[in-house]
Design a protein around this ligand. Structure first.
Ligand SMILES: Cc1cc2nc3c(=O)[nH]c(=O)nc-3n(C[C@H](O)[C@H](O)[C@H](O)COP(=O)(O)OP(=O)(O)OC[C@H]3O[C@@H](n4cnc5c(N)ncnc54)[C@H](O)[C@@H]3O)c2cc1C
Ligand code: SF4
Length: 335
């Protein structure tokens, strides 16, 4: 185990103090629970001189949830989110996603903001300094090539693996960002730019968030859609404590025997959480083979099959599709 390098820890008490601290030192890193960032620091992946701990900022620690709307502060812990009765009752996909993250101690420390801004992952990246150096590093750090796709022409395919984002995407969440230029609201999907296109447009596994310099994720908001049922499921190698091999959130509306709305989002597969495009074409009729065949085609088209973890890429894409079908079937049949 490597020792942690020296760093200074700032503990702002207000959001204004946090924004000022961030603006004063652009190289400083924001710290939620540290359950991902501190691991990366220990592995020598990064070595920030200053960390700005957001868990003492009281205005970022509130959960407001009822049948109409949800507002979550960025410093809310995953354990509190998973245990919140109103979230469990009205936004079940989100509560289930939070409860499935890592292990119980990580969920006590880990925060909503840290989960939404989680670094992307890859077997060639989440390794010790000496391991990466022995393999000549890779594009995500200081190397010249991608070991997953040697002909990637500069594109990194490291995968986004946060579990909350897909659940929030199917619920239609917006995100509030605050920085030196003030506050702005974005549809959550616009936070993620890891499209990994070969023409270089948009970001990839290296540049995966649209945060502007000095910006902090402060809140997430959801306006409830009446009649929307939602759920979350994932597969992972160690069921008690592991990032998703693939995670799927589903939300749908059923009107009589008709599928009236369908939303699916995936994590652990692409350099961004993917809200599946084109599901509206599958709505308007019964939940039948036409819907499942259409769903398979959309998953094949939009969910990547890169080998950035121990499992083969095509296996990940297949299980993502299977999980999606299971969730949709279960939600449609629910009373
Ligand atoms: C063994 C193990 C298993 C894990 N399994 C899972 C899993 O199953 N699913 C999963 O999703 N995660 C998993 N994780 C990762 C991690 O525990 C969670 O994602 C957790 O929610 C991260 O939150 P944090 O507050 O600890 O983030 P931090 O580590 O504090 O921060 C993560 C990143 O977010 C940035 N950041 C933090 N807060 C903000 C903010 N408000 N605005 C902007 N940027 C911010 C930080 O600068 C950093 O880049 C696992 C980790 C470990 C060690
Ligand atoms: S996908 Fe390629 S460039 Fe990105 S972290 Fe993995 S090996 Fe490195």
């Amino acid at each position: 185990m490597e020792a942690l390098p020296e760093f200074e820890l700032l503990r702002p008490r207000t959001l204004a103090e946090a924004v000022d601290a961030r603006a004063a030192d652009p190289a400083a890193r924001l710290l939620g629970g540290g359950t991902d960032l501190v691991v990366n620091i220990r592995r020598g992946i990064e070595a920030p001189g200053r960390l700005i701990d957001l868990t003492g900022v009281a205005e970022l620690m509130t959960i407001k949830a009822d049948a109409q709307a949800l507002e979550l502060g960025a410093s809310v812990s995953l354990a509190d989110l998973a245990a919140n009765e109103a979230v469990r009752a009205h936004y079940p996909a989100l509560a289930e996603a939070a409860a499935s993250i890592a292990g119980p101690t990580h969920r006590e420390m880990g925060t909503v903001g840290g989960n939404l801004c989680l670094d992307t992952r890859c077997i060639y990246y989440n390794q010790s300094d000496w391991w990466r150096a022995a393999n000549h590093n890779c594009l995500k750090t200081t190397g010249q090539m991608c070991h997953v796709a040697p002909k990637s022409r500069g594109v990194c395919f490291a995968t986004f693996s946060g579990d909350l984002a897909p659940a929030l995407l199917v619920l239609g969440a917006e995100i509030e960002l605050v920085g030196p230029a003030g506050a702005r609201l974005l549809p959550l999907g616009e936070l993620y730019i890891g499209h990994a296109r070969h023409d270089g447009s948009g970001g990839d596994g290296k540049r995966y968030l649209s945060l502007r310099p000095g910006e902090i994720v402060t809140r997430v908001r959801v306006r409830a859609a009446p009649g929307l049922r939602s759920a979350y499921d994932k597969i992972r190698i160690r069921r008690s404590i592991e990032y998703p091999v693939a995670g799927v959130a589903a939300a749908l509306k059923r009107e009589g025997g008709v599928l009236a709305d369908l939303r699916l989002a995936f994590t652990g597969t692409n350099p961004r959480p993917v809200l599946l495009a084109g599901t509206e074409k599958l709505c308007g009729g019964a939940l039948d083979d036409r819907v499942f065949a259409g769903l398979d085609a959309l998953v094949r088209d939009q969910v990547m099959a890169m080998k950035t973890t121990f499992t083969p890429g095509h296996y990940r894409r297949r299980v993502a599709g299977v999980l999606a079908k299971r969730l949709v079937t279960r939600l449609f049949a629910a009373g």
